[in-house]
Write a protein that binds this ligand. Structure first.
Ligand SMILES: NC(=O)CC[C@H](N)C(=O)O
Length: 201
């Protein structure tokens, strides 16, 4: 256990992207939320959020900062992780339409297509049914979002758009969403993640 008995300590990967918004949401639920930029900080956290941003830049920075392999090891060791948008791409096992040489962490057995809605549909919002979260439907904001094009046998689909495209998944303690709950007032996905963090401690 890294945090104290009542407050889980949750890191937010702070190499790039909207990590500040995630920190604010997690603090709102009473977690101790801290930015993570170094491998030495990983043993000190009970869970990790990988934010939205630009996955190719995040990937490069994670390698430059010597974080890529320690991140893979921490997740393989059971660290609960939640990735939103670029964070979902980071967690995937295979990236479609990645930039030359772009790598991922392989924590979710899924193939993800970057910028899957094309330049015509840069961003949109929908009310999304998520059984794991319950009623009412979740207000989901998509920004240059990826979709999950292959879901491995150990991966549970948590949400799909009306046309069937998968936008939220879970594999054990690893969660990923194509959309950005930290940009709305509906933070039930963070709450769901924090429950897993508390259960894993
Ligand atoms: N909002 C986002 O995180 C966008 C993700 C971005 N299109 C990427 O490829 O990483």
């Amino acid at each position: 256990m890294a945090g104290n008995a009542t407050k889980p300590r949750v890191g937010v990967l702070a190499l790039q992207g909207d990590f500040r918004e995630h920190i604010a949401v997690l603090r709102g639920f009473g977690a101790e939320a801290v930015p993570v930029r170094r491998a030495s900080e990983l043993p000190e956290i009970d869970g990790l959020v990988i934010p939205g941003g630009e996955s190719s830049v995040m990937d490069k920075l994670s390698r430059t900062f010597g974080l890529r392999d320690p991140l893979r090891e921490a997740i393989a060791g059971g660290l609960p992780v939640y990735g939103t948008c670029a964070g979902l791409i980071m967690l995937s096992s295979s990236i479609l339409d990645g930039i030359e040489g772009q790598e991922s962490l392989g924590a979710l057995d899924i193939d993800v297509r970057r910028n899957a809605f094309g330049s015509q549909t840069d961003s949109f919002e929908v009310a999304l049914e998520v059984a794991a979260i319950g009623d009412p439907p979740l207000h989901a904001v998509f920004i240059r979002a990826p979709v999950v094009e292959r879901v491995g046998p150990a991966v549970e689909t948590l949400a799909a758009l009306e046309d069937g495209r998968v936008v939220a998944v879970q594999q054990g303690n690893v969660l990923g969403t194509s959309f950005h709950p930290e940009m709305t007032q509906d933070h039930r996905f963070h709450e769901y993640f924090l429950k897993r963090v508390r259960a894993a401690r």
